[in-house]
Design a protein around this ligand. Structure first.
Ligand SMILES: [Zn+2]
Length: 99
């Protein structure tokens, strides 16, 4: 369940993933092993923060320009057509925010 009263979001590009969050925050943890995925604190609430939940590799503090770059950051919902180029999950969230 996404609680997002301000409808802000951010899209992050990393070596093998385009990630996003409904919160206008940058990721704080990044996998430095196989999958290179950036993680937000909410992703790691129930798991060890020094091990990547995706591939089991070591993680480190995420640094913009090193582990990820910001593709888009918006204080309002991005339009469906923009989000439609990303993963289906993004589209679902965009649709939910459209109403
Ligand atoms: Zn990983």
């Amino acid at each position: 369940m996404i609680q997002n009263s301000e409808h802000s979001m951010i899209i992050i590009d990393s070596p093998f993933h385009v990630s996003f969050t409904g919160h206008n925050e940058l990721p704080t943890i990044a996998c430095v092993g196989k999958c290179k995925k950036p993680w937000w604190p909410i992703d790691l609430e129930d798991v060890a923060k020094d091990v990547c939940p995706m591939c089991g590799s070591v993680t480190s503090a995420a640094m913009e320009g090193v582990h990820y770059s910001v593709l888009a950051q918006a204080n309002r919902d991005l339009r469906y057509g923009v989000l439609g180029t990303f993963r289906p999950k993004v589209t679902l969230i965009a649709t939910a925010h459209a109403s």
